[in-house]
Design a protein around this ligand. Structure first.
Ligand code: ADP
Length: 319
């Protein structure tokens, strides 16, 4: 099974002509829906066919009730710490050009405790894959990774968002880290003093990218997601995870992308699902599946709502 530890937010979205200036009051088309990287990734893992459990913290409010309902509808387990804080929220303004301004109210997500994680020890150690992001307290994520690692469970760390507090202690607890270009540049700047512009990452040659990945994590695999370009994979020489090459690229799927929100979440959930379901396959096969799944998620509007439904076996049958 896949256990995702992370955040749930109620997203409130206003689509406006332009973003409001300080002091302005404007009108916009409103919609609301579930969000939070943890929740989105749990939906993706579940729809990619894995037996999935999502560990999070929820307030005693309508948002919390929504999370439980949606998880039940999609068919994954939700294990929530009851918080006296409100359920997480995000206020999102999107202008006519698709640019956005976002305010997050972490609420209960910031209160997910290490104690609660420790109570989920049996769940974590019984999983095939534990997947975490950086929208929860660092100590809690560390506890989840350390518990899983000790039990020989495969650990995947999605180093998102880019401005999260120090993560250096987490990197060595992960078998696989999955930054996007922005997060990769941020990690390099913060942890190994390498100044790389996020916009230049995709254009770097394979050997240079591989060398940067190796500076960041001695052991462990790095998967850099490159948006519409695809994915770059870098393994430590000691552990190629069934692959024949230490580094390589996988090109993005040819799709009609209309909304790339949550593409990274789709990728991470699907990667974890594939790692759990066909554990002995070469790593490249998991990456190809996740790349297909994430590509397809961009063909619909929304994040969790846009996740397709297909499994590694379906993908194999198509080949
Ligand atoms: P994030 O959502 O974190 O910014 P990316 O933009 O890197 O993450 O996207 C994650 C993955 O989603 C990519 O590696 C790719 O597999 C897929 N993807 C994203 N945008 C597209 C696109 N326009 N066409 C095809 N696949 C895409």
């Amino acid at each position: 099974s896949v256990v995702v530890v992370g955040s749930f937010n109620v997203d409130h979205v206003w689509r406006c002509e332009s973003l409001p200036a300080p002091g302005a009051t404007i009108a916009g088309r409103y919609s609301t829906g579930p969000g939070g990287k943890g929740f989105n990734q749990a939906v993706a893992a579940c729809r990619a066919g894995a037996d999935t459990h999502f560990v999070c913290a929820l307030g005693d409010d309508a948002g919390g009730a929504t999370a439980r309902e949606l998880a039940a509808q999609d068919g994954f387990g939700l294990i929530a710490e009851a918080s006296s804080e409100p359920t997480g929220t995000a206020g999102i303004y999107v202008d006519a050009r698709g640019r956005n301004t976002i305010v997050i109210g972490p609420g209960a997500n910031a209160a997910l405790s290490t104690d609660f994680l420790q109570q989920q020890q049996a769940l974590l150690t019984g999983a095939k894959v534990v997947l975490v992001q950086l929208e929860s307290p660092v100590q809690t994520i560390e506890a989840a990774l350390a518990t899983a690692r000790e039990a020989g469970v495969t650990t995947v760390l999605n180093t998102a968002p880019a401005d999260a507090p120090s993560t250096i202690g987490l990197l060595k607890l992960a078998d696989v880290i999955t930054p996007n270009e922005t997060e990769f540049a941020a990690l390099l700047g913060r942890h190994v003093g390498e100044r790389v512009d996020a916009n230049d990452v995709a254009a770097l040659d394979g050997a240079s990218l591989h060398a940067l990945c190796r500076k960041l994590v001695g052991n462990g695999t790095v998967v850099v997601t490159l948006g519409s370009v695809g994915v770059f994979v870098s393994h430590a020489d000691e552990n190629l995870r069934g692959d024949t090459q230490p580094y390589y690229r996988v090109g993005a799927e040819q799709v009609q992308a209309i909304d790339t929100t949550g593409a990274g979440d789709a990728f991470n959930g699907a990667l974890a699902a594939s790692l759990a379901q066909v554990a002995d396959a070469p790593f490249a096969r998991h990456v190809r599946f996740a790349n297909q799944f994430a590509g397809r998620s961009t063909e619909k509007e929304g994040a969790a709502a846009a996740m397709p439904r297909f499994t590694p076996a379906d993908a194999e049958a198509l080949r």
